[in-house]
Every structure is written in structure tokens, then in C-alpha cells.
Design a protein around this ligand. Structure first.
Ligand code: 3PG
Length: 311
């Protein structure tokens, strides 16, 4: 009887592990840099709708140039592809702008503590919208996630309701984005990198009219002048950095999605949040009370228990 086991040589296995390790490290590093510059920009220029639009515009432009110069091969797409992408792009746009609005109102660390509660949203949406049921340990793991986030929220020194709601809306939107994109990427011929490029372009088209309606060029011009006079010409580089790094970290995360399971991805995402929370607390000297840190630690521990329970 022929052996039907897939034998992976130890060398191949460690090469694959190394590759995933490099993806993860790059993803987290790019994300930390994005979060720092994004907050620096928002502190001086509190217009999150414009900065969110610029991030998408910058990524779209980078990818169009890469396709035109053949640095990357342009994807072959049809109308069906763009139709399936539409709900993903709507959810991505809402999740992105809501997270940025949140970060314009509260500390980066607080937004990411609330965002570490994403698995709880995922389970609740799957349960109530898709009728999926889970084993008891999965539901139990939600208790520390929800309890930890709640403890961190009520003890947050600079609590702001818009900041809190923005992070919650972002969680909900990204759960829908992940559900829709799982369907959209199934059996796809478009790579993770190009899929994210198309997603940025469509999100940019969706977001631009809303950004103009909510904030608009008049506010932007006055705010920009003010920011440049406060920070100096370097301000433009900060805006460039937040936009470029936003695209790069998302691109790497979609590229790694090609290689790993959604579960490994969500564990990686939680670990990413730990690096952002720690880095931003150090860089922005965010005041943290011990009970506040305890809430964050419980929530993060909960997301690890959740991933164990899902395995
Ligand atoms: C955004 O602006 O889209 C958020 O910062 C994204 O958050 P996440 O990729 O860490 O979920």
C-alpha cells in the first residue's frame, strides 16, 4: 500500500518556519512604525478621515507604479472579482477609519487593548449572524477577553467615548472583513499582495467622498498650516511615513495570510498588538495604572486561551 503521508523534510520544515518568522517580525515592526507616526501626525493634525484616506491613496499609488514598472505583476481580474471585493472593501474602510478616529482621541495603547478583543467579536458574529456554534472552552475564553477589555476601559486615565467606540466599531468591521475576504480569496488566482492592493484602491474610492463630507479641504488647509508651523517641514515626512508604513504592514500581513492558517494569523495579530502597546507606552510616555495594565494583560491572555480553545 503506498504511503499517503506527506513527509516534509526537516530542512523544508525549518525553512518554512524561518519564512513565517520573517513575515511575522516584518509585519510587527512595520506596524509599530506605522502606529508611532500615525499618532505623531494625529497629535499635530487631528483629521483622521484625511490621514486614513492618504494611507490608502499612498498604497494604491505604490501598487499602480509597481504594476506599471513590472516590479510586481498586475493581477488578472474580472467584474466578478471586483463585485466580491466590494463588501470586503466597505468593511475595510469602516474598520480603518474607525481605528484612526479612535487613535485621534485616545492613547494608541488603549485603542489596541480594545482591539485585542477582536476574537470575541468574531465568535459573537459567527454565532449570531452565521449560526455557527463553538465548543464550550471557546465561549469561556471570551470571559477574560471581555472582562480584561472592560477593566482596562474603566480604569483608563484618558478615557474618551469616541475613542472607545471607534475601536469597538473597528473590531466589528474587521470581523466582517475577514469573513467576506475568506470567501473572496477562496480558490483565487490573485496573490495576497495584489488582493490587498485592489482592496486599497476600492477602499480609497469609497472613503474619499466621506472624508470630504466629514472634514473637507477647508479644515485640512487650516490644520495643515498649523501643523507645519508647529512641527516644521518634517511634518510632511511624518505623513509620508504613516502612509507608506500603513500600506507595507497590511501588504505583508496579507502575504503571510497566503502561507498560514487564519488561526495562526490571529495569534500573530495579538502578538503584534503587544509590541504596539509596549512600544507606544514607552515612546509617548503614556501613563498606565497597574490595574489598567492588569486589564490589558487579562484580555491578551484571553486571546491566547481563545486560540488554544479553537485549536
Ligand atoms: C487601521 O488604521 O486600519 C488600524 O490601525 C488597523 O488596525 P489593525 O490592522 O492593527 O487591526
Amino acid at each position: 500500500r503506498p504511503l499517503d503521508i506527506n513527509i516534509e523534510l526537516p530542512n523544508e520544515q525549518s525553512a518554512q518556519k524561518l519564512k513565517i518568522g520573517i513575515y511575522f517580525a516584518t509585519w510587527w515592526a512595520l506596524n509599530v512604525v506605522f502606529n508611532i507616526y500615525n499618532k505623531k501626525v494625529l497629535n499635530a493634525f487631528p483629521y483622521p478621515w484625511l490621514t486614513s484616506t492618504l494611507s490608502l491613496a499612498c498604497g494604491s499609488l505604490m501598487m499602480l507604479v509597481s504594476w506599471a514598472t513590472r516590479i510586481a505583476e498586475a493581477p488578472k481580474t474580472d467584474l466578478d472579482f471586483w463585485k466580491t471585493l466590494f463588501p470586503v472593501a466597505v468593511a475595510h474602510t469602516i474598520g480603518h477609519v474607525a481605528a484612526t478616529v479612535s487613535m485621534s482621541k485616545v492613547a494608541v495603547s488603549f485603542t489596541h487593548i480594545i482591539k485585542s478583543g477582536e476574537p470575541a467579536f468574531s465568535v459573537l458574529v459567527s454565532r449570531f449572524f452565521l449560526g455557527e456554534t463553538f465548543p464550550l472552552p471557546v465561549y469561556l475564553s471570551l470571559l477574560p477577553i471581555i472582562g480584561g477589555c472592560a477593566l482596562a476601559a474603566v480604569t483608563e486615565l484618558n478615557f474618551n467615548i469616541i475613542g472607545f467606540m471607534g475601536a469597538m466599531i473597528s473590531n466589528l468591521a474587521f470581523v466582517f472583513r475577514n469573513i467576506f475576504s475568506k470567501k473572496g480569496m477562496k480558490g483565487k488566482s490573485v496573490s495576497g499582495m495584489n488582493y490587498y492592493a485592489c482592496l486599497s484602491m476600492m477602499s480609497l474610492l469609497i472613503l474619499t467622498p466621506f472624508a470630504i463630507a466629514v472634514e473637507g479641504p477647508k479644515m485640512w488647509a487650516a490644520g495643515w498650516e498649523n501643523a507645519v508651523s508647529q512641527i516644521g517641514p518634517n511634518f510632511v515626512w511624518w505623513v509620508m511615513a504613516q502612509s507608506v508604513f500603513y500600506h507595507l504592514y497590511n501588504q505583508v500581513s496579507y502575504m503571510s495570510l497566503d502561507q498560514i492558517s487564519p488561526l495562526t494569523f490571529s495569534i500573530g495579530n495579538t502578538m503584534k498588538r503587544i509590541s504596539v502597546i509596549v512600544a507606544s507606552i514607552i515612546i509617548f510616555h503614556t501613563p498606565v495604572q497597574p490595574v489598567n495594565a492588569l486589564g490589558a494583560a487579562i484580555a491578551i491572555l484571553g486571546t491566547f486561551l481563545y486560540s488554544q480553545a479553537k485549536m
